[in-house]
Write a protein that binds this ligand. Structure first.
Ligand SMILES: [Mn+2]
Length: 434
């Protein structure tokens, strides 16, 4: 298959695993994402739905994947745009049902224009229906016209499968990790006092594009006080020579994300205060990575990072309270004023991948071999916040360090380890390309 990295048989295996877990005589319907309008008749770059990618790697809009297990036999069908020379002259080649059947991992293919008819017939034959609703309201409406029983959600099964990465998925994520690592090193090497945040963003995105990759989310490039804003995204200020810059940027390879954060002084030299905070966050990060062990509860990574940070904040005189008050009964003590997010999340086809963790406040899973998580503690001392008081020298400092970690029986494997993070390494790289 020219356009997929995993083999056809791996995709069929995923389809079979899903169909063996759900009820017999079921039809599963996975609509692809709709294109998003940017303005008038221009669109945002298209991104296929992650479940569609996981089960078939199909990347054209206006398409639906169905999988049946009627009489215990798998039958997967891609319903896709038909060929249309007139349209193709303007918008590019369309693969069409014939191309889909030859090169994609499905048993059948149809024109999406016949989808309503297909459903009318097939839904009579099936006893259960699984649909991911909300992806494409048009498809939801069509389904509801022909089905008056319960609509079941296949994601419970799919999410569990997606949490454990296969060897081919791990290969793609290694590639995404190394491209993003190189991008961060390049951005460090061109940094200089006064550089625009957008210049760092441009350097990173240019590297992604050169590697035939793309952002897995909008890069965060925040200098000085902007580094204390967790989802800062305007990337529009110049960075003062004495300031740190926090860069949170990752890329996507065949849909699979990397997610890296590094923080460095644009001058190439950490001040004493910056160094103290940086070293503390780095110790917290290393301790959380060490907690990435098979069989560990998800909370252990967050606890490991939190304990180091709470103690360090007392040692630096930023928190003037007992360790018990700093850490809190439920990891909710005073240290949360400066570390207000989770320590990590699942990573995969979605940058905040399925499977729990700190998303939505759900209890995280027990770590298993083949999971990939991010570890990303940070400390933020916004000078504009009037609800905190910190020694003047720390004011305006924000530091986060984030790596992508594969859980294995032999311990954590840091997929982003080629991205430097010690103070010595960073100081020697910053500005080296100028
Ligand atoms: Mn992240």
């Amino acid at each position: 298959m020219e356009d997929t990295i995993a083999s056809k048989s791996e995709y069929f295996h995923r389809q079979d695993r899903l169909m063996s877990r759900i009820l017999p005589n079921s039809l599963v319907i996975i609509p692809n994402n709709r294109p998003s309008i940017r303005s008038n008749d221009t669109k945002y770059p298209y991104r296929a739905n992650s479940y569609m990618l996981y089960l078939s790697d199909w990347q054209e809009p206006n398409s639906v994947l169905t999988i049946s297990n009627l009489n215990a036999a798998r039958e997967s069908t891609l319903h896709v745009k038909p060929r249309d020379t007139e349209k193709e002259i303007w918008e590019g080649r369309i693969i069409g049902p014939d191309g889909a059947l030859i090169n994609w991992p499905v048993d059948k293919s149809n024109s999406i224009l016949d989808f309503e008819n297909y459903l009318k017939i097939e839904l009579k034959n099936h006893s259960n229906l699984y649909l991911i609703t909300g992806i494409n309201p048009e498809i939801d409406d069509i389904v509801q016209n022909f089905w008056n029983k319960d609509i079941l959600d296949p994601r419970i099964y799919l999410d569990e499968m997606r949490m454990i990465k296969s060897l081919s998925e791990i290969e793609l994520m290694k590639r995404a990790s190394s491209i993003a690592s190189e991008a961060h090193v390049k951005a460090m090497s061109i940094s200089r006092p006064g550089i625009g945040e957008w210049e760092i963003q441009a350097s990173i995105e240019s590297h992604f594009t050169m590697c035939r990759s793309t952002n897995s989310y909008n890069p965060i490039v925040g200098g000085g006080d902007n580094s204390t804003i967790l989802h800062y995204s305007s990337n529009s200020d110049n960075i003062r020579g004495t300031d740190l810059v926090l860069v949170d940027a990752g890329c996507e390879v065949n849909g699979y994300a990397s997610d890296i954060t590094r923080t460095w002084p644009v001058s190439g030299m950490f001040s004493e205060a910056q160094r103290e905070i940086y070293e503390l966050v780095l110790r917290a990060e290393l301790s959380a990575i060490e907690a990435c062990q098979v069989g560990s509860p998800w909370e252990n990574m967050h606890r490991a990072a939190s304990e180091v940070l709470a103690r360090g904040l007392i040692d630096l005189g930023i928190l003037q309270c007992s360790y018990e008050d700093a850490i809190g009964d439920n990891l909710d003590g005073d240290y949360r004023k400066f570390f207000m997010h989770g320590t990590g999340h699942m990573l995969g086809l979605d940058v905040h991948d399925v499977g729990g963790g700190r998303q939505g406040g759900k209890k995280g899973p027990i770590l298993k071999s083949g999971m990939i998580v991010t570890i990303e503690p940070g400390l933020y001392f916004a000078s504009w916040r009037d609800d905190i008081s910190v020694p003047e020298k720390y004011s305006g400092i924000g530091v986060r360090i984030e790596d992508d970690v594969l859980i294995t029986e032999d311990g954590p494997v840091v997929l982003t380890e080629m991205c430097p993070k010690t103070i010595d390494e960073i100081e020697s790289i910053v500005g080296s390309a100028l």
